[in-house]
Design a protein around this ligand. Structure first.
Ligand code: HEC
Ligand code: HEC
Length: 454
């Protein structure tokens, strides 16, 4: 038996030595165009990320031993393909900053550096001080959005009523996802105010997605749940409020757990500008989507925390229960259509204007052609919901709705009567006593311009 063990050990050692011969190289090169960032930022990246995300070779001796080396090599090559700080400097400044925002989010959510890497290289963990340095450098809210140019909103909407039908003839993405012209009729799931790129986003869901969100059945999301994320560039109005101005893009996610397994159970597509041009040069573009959504793997790859009173496994990171509307409002605006969004950067609130069907149809028809103030027909109701904001726990540089503060309703008067105004204040949602401000608020709501839509 002793002899057998000795033989086994010898074979083991021989085999291990043989493995060492299979040592494919990891190419290295001097930095061609390193990311443009202050030295203290580069130092953090160098210490925590360059082992994988640079052309430098920075492996520990124990990374060089087979079979560990093969895994390390695969990680390094994949990591470089996704993000290479040695060449990132070739990209425009805004894109470089964008990557750093993504980086902070990845670190925050524990996705980077790869956890299996920091287990063996604890010194590559990002410390709280390093995180603070990165965040202070990025300072997402330090730059105010540009001032609105009077009349610009109209010019941003060149469409004519006839062009509405073109929503049905939008080109597919390169990986074959069909545009969904229904998206404008979907309901609000959540909204984000982005300081990193000065945009507003409305995240809309089809009936399947809305039902799932309301019931808290979103881990995973059901088959054929669909999201549209619509983005507008922010502008600061003369009243100091930030409005959604120029239309930027719409993105779709369509759930199909088995069918789209290779792209994390979803189909992905992005269409740019009012003419809805499919984004990307080739089919591989979908990798961009999946890699940035990767840290949300535990939430079915979805960043958004739906505004819903439902509890999702008691996990507040998944849903935004705090922002749920109080029961007992005269109508539930979340059953209506969001038609405008703005934020108050001083009070730190987000407000969304909702429209019931007649108001929505009027807003679509009129805002598309003129970009002017909507004249609401009899039966039209609009509601402005205001929430306080909090930092988005999922994305550094974004703010999401926190708690409900007020609901204001305006109903168009029948037969030339003046529109009525009612207000509810949170968190209890009790009706407000009438005050002298009512008429001014009513007119403010009536004059809010609907967002530009393709
Ligand atoms: C052990 C290797 C390793 C280390 C160390 C590492 N990463 Fe990564 N990183 C990867 C791999 C592999 C991927 C690709 C993941 C995927 O999408 O499959 C990746 C992807 C990323 C992405 C997504 C890029 C894209 O395609 O959009 C970002 C951002 C990122 N890493 C940031 C960082 C930051 C910041 C650090 C340091 C704090 C870091 N990584 C450290 C291996 C690493
Ligand atoms: C750099 C990171 C990043 C990339 C790349 C990215 N997303 Fe997202 N995505 C986000 C964030 C963050 C949110 C949360 C909403 C917000 O603030 O924009 C989001 C939300 C969404 C949503 C709403 C549902 C959800 O998951 O919250 C859709 C739909 C979406 N993205 C589609 C896409 C598509 C399609 C692509 C690729 C063309 C893509 N995304 C690429 C970061 C990214």
């Amino acid at each position: 038996l002793k002899k057998f063990v000795v033989t086994l050990v010898l074979v083991g050692i021989f085999g291990f030595a043989l493995l060492q011969l299979v040592h494919p190289s990891i190419p290295e090169a001097p930095a061609r165009a390193e990311i443009a960032a202050p030295p203290e930022i580069r130092q953090i990246l160098r210490k925590d990320c360059y082992s994988c995300h640079s052309d430098e070779r920075r492996l520990s001796w124990f990374d060089q031993i087979e079979p560990a080396y093969w895994f390390v090599r695969k990680d390094v090559l994949t990591a470089r393909e996704h993000l290479n700080f040695s060449t990132l400097g070739e990209k425009p400044a805004a894109a470089q900053k964008g990557i750093l925002f993504e980086a902070v989010t990845m670190i925050q959510l524990g996705a980077m550096p790869l956890p299996q890497f920091t287990q063996l290289h604890p010194d590559a963990k990002v410390t709280p001080e390093e995180m603070a340095t990165l965040k202070a450098y990025l300072a997402p809210w330090s730059v105010a959005p540009p001032l609105a140019v009077p009349g610009e909103a109209e010019r941003a909407m060149p469409q004519t009523a006839g062009e509405r039908t073109t929503l049905t003839s939008v080109a597919d993405t390169l990986n074959g996802l069909k545009f969904d012209p229904e998206f404008e009729n979907w309901k609000l799931i959540a909204t984000t105010d982005r300081g990193d790129n000065s945009q507003f986003r409305l995240i809309l869901g089809n009936d399947i997605a809305v039902k799932a969100a309301r019931e808290g059945k979103i881990k995973p999301w059901p088959e054929n749940a669909r999201f549209a994320k619509v983005a507008w560039v922010k502008e600061r109005g003369a009243d100091g409020l930030d409005y959604a101005a120029k239309f930027k893009q719409v993105e779709l996610m369509v759930k199909g757990a088995q069918e789209w397994k290779s792209t994390e159970g979803w189909r992905w597509g992005r269409w740019l500008g009012l003419d809805l041009k499919p984004y990307g040069k080739d089919k591989a573009v979908v990798k961009e989507c999946t890699s940035c959504h990767l840290p949300l793997k535990g939430d079915d790859y979805v960043y958004t925390q739906p505004i819903t009173a439902a509890s999702v496994e008691g996990n507040e990171i998944v849903n935004n229960k705090a922002a749920a509307l109080p029961a007992g409002l005269q109508d539930n605006p979340l059953d209506w259509h969001p038609i405008a969004v703005f934020a108050d950067p001083k009070a730190l609130t987000t407000s969304v204007l909702f429209a019931n069907d007649p108001a929505f149809q009027a807003s679509l028809a009129q805002s598309r052609t003129s970009g002017a103030v909507v004249s609401y027909p009899t039966g039209a109701k609009i509601a402005l919901i205001t929430w306080t904001q909090r930092d988005d726990p999922h994305w550094f540089g974004a703010r999401v709705a926190d708690s409900f503060t007020s609901a204001e309703f305006v109903e168009a008067g029948a037969g030339g009567a003046a529109p009525s105004y009612t207000r509810f204040d949170g968190p209890s949602g009790k009706p407000d006593p009438p005050n002298g401000q009512m008429q001014a608020r009513r007119d403010f709501l009536l004059k809010l311009r609907p967002v530009a839509l393709p």
